[in-house]
Design a protein around this ligand. Structure first.
Ligand code: NDP
Length: 387
């Protein structure tokens, strides 16, 4: 019998957190839980920390710490709160640290784990999009291992295994197209938050569901792929695949295309990262291609969904552009979910913040955070009352 591996889950109360802990629950003897974190869901975090016997539970929002403390009293589990506590928890020794906080809020703790040379299973794409070279340089410097959890990037990672990146002709990211993929522009203008979070294939947190509906999720993933797999933007492309069965593909110069297929269940890519380089069981039903019947593909429509064009341009521009794009998008998505702006204003907002000029390229974590904060201010300025 092998010794249990230790794991920390940053963003334990979210959708990726739940899928990760479901796998841990099913293989309880294999894992020892170190740190579990949330923003403010103290009750949910307490239940998880108690169930998994975590060493420490952290709420990022310090105002929620009294509730966490009270709920954990007598459990022997340490309770902590605030930004510094979150970073400290992320640096605790663990065989794998799952970065599953949503948005740029996950950047500092993810970077802290990377700086310690940890193995980071990265779901929090916004952190890599915003920090780009700052994060990849930290990975190179510290010897950390970054294992992609995003299903597309995990698929590409698997398709690249045993091959040379120099032999890659194309990397193709697949996109479901989201719940509005067949909607007209007119209909998109009136799309509601409830409609936007109803993804046809995946069950996810609200922010990424809206990103999926605008196709900004694919845009962010394009930038994420640009950093994870250094083939250059000209070798990266996006194709719409409504069934979400082929999670991405790599075509080599000999004409061979390798694809990774699987059910639309995040436990598959999470399991691949948790067990890497081995494999582990998941409860997912075997893929029944005969029952699925048809796998279809089509070009993305960048007229109705300009987010992928915007992201490609930001990747090419480099420097502060991806961080600005991401920050403006986060603010616009929150405003849309809050009923303040129309659906189509989300990407327009990111576009207008980007076109107002860029700050110098950030060279450190602090500079990335400064760019992010400034872009948030600008994004709020562009907001107009809805309809
Ligand atoms: P959720 O909204 O479901 O969960 C987010 C988690 O982050 C929660 O634990 C939340 O805590 C915590 N959190 C929120 N805001 C903060 C903050 N300011 N500081 C610290 N922690 C915070 O998100 P998802 O699980 O859907 O997504 C997480 C990440 O994974 C995102 O980057 C997303 O793009 C990526 N991803 C998600 C996929 C999915 O299927 N869901 C697929 C691929 C990638 P609390 O509960 O207290 O609010």
């Amino acid at each position: 019998m092998t010794a249990p591996r230790s794991i920390s889950v940053l963003g334990a109360t979210g959708s990726i957190g739940a899928s990760t802990l479901d796998l841990v629950r099913r293989n309880r003897a294999d894992w020892q839980v170190v740190a579990l974190t949330a923003n403010c869901q103290a009750k949910e975090l307490t239940a998880l920390a108690r169930e998994f016997g975590a060493s420490v539970a952290v709420v990022a929002d310090e105002s929620c710490l009294p509730e966490l403390r009270e709920a954990l009293a007598g459990s022997g589990i340490e309770a902590a709160g605030g930004a510094a506590a979150l970073v400290e928890a992320a640096t605790r020794p663990a065989d794998v640290t799952v970065a599953a906080i949503v948005g740029c809020a996950g950047l500092a703790p993810t970077m802290a784990a990377i700086e310690k040379g940890r193995t980071v299973a990265l779901a929090n794409k916004e952190a890599l999009v915003s920090a780009g070279e700052v994060m990849t340089a930290a990975v190179a410097r510290s010897g950390a291992t970054l294992l992609p959890v995003d299903s597309e990037h995990n698929a590409i990672f698997q398709c690249l295994s045993g091959n040379s990146i120099a032999d890659v002709r194309w990397i193709t990211l697949t996109a479901s197209g989201g719940p509005f993929r067949d909607w007209s522009l007119e209909r998109l203008q009136a799309a509601t938050p409830a409609e936007a979070v109803k993804h046809p294939n995946w069950s996810m947190g609200a922010k990424i569901s809206v990103d999926s509906a605008t196709m900004m999720n694919k845009g962010l993933e394009f930038i994420e792929a640009f950093h994870l797999f250094p083939v250059g933007v000209e070798r990266l492309r996006i194709i719409v695949h409504p069934q979400s069965i082929v999670h991405s593909m790599v075509e080599y110069r000999d004409g061979s295309t390798l694809a990774q297929l699987g059910p639309s269940d995040m436990r598959v890519p999470i399991a691949s990262a948790l067990a890497y380089p081995a494999r582990m069981n998941t409860p997912c039903a075997p893929l029944d291609l005969a029952a699925i019947g048809e796998l279809t593909f089509r070009q993305p429509d960048e007229v109705r969904f300009p987010a992928t064009r915007l992201a490609r341009e930001a990747a090419v521009a480099g420097g502060a552009a991806p961080a600005v794009l991401n920050a403006a998008n986060e603010i616009a998505v929150a405003a849309f979910l809050d009923g303040q702006i129309a659906f189509t204003r989300i990407v327009q907002c990111a576009d207008s913040v980007l076109s107002r000029g860029l700050p110098p390229p950030p060279a450190s974590l602090d500079e990335v955070i400064a760019v992010d904060l400034e872009a948030r201010i600008r994004a709020r300025e562009t907001m107009e009352p809805v309809r």
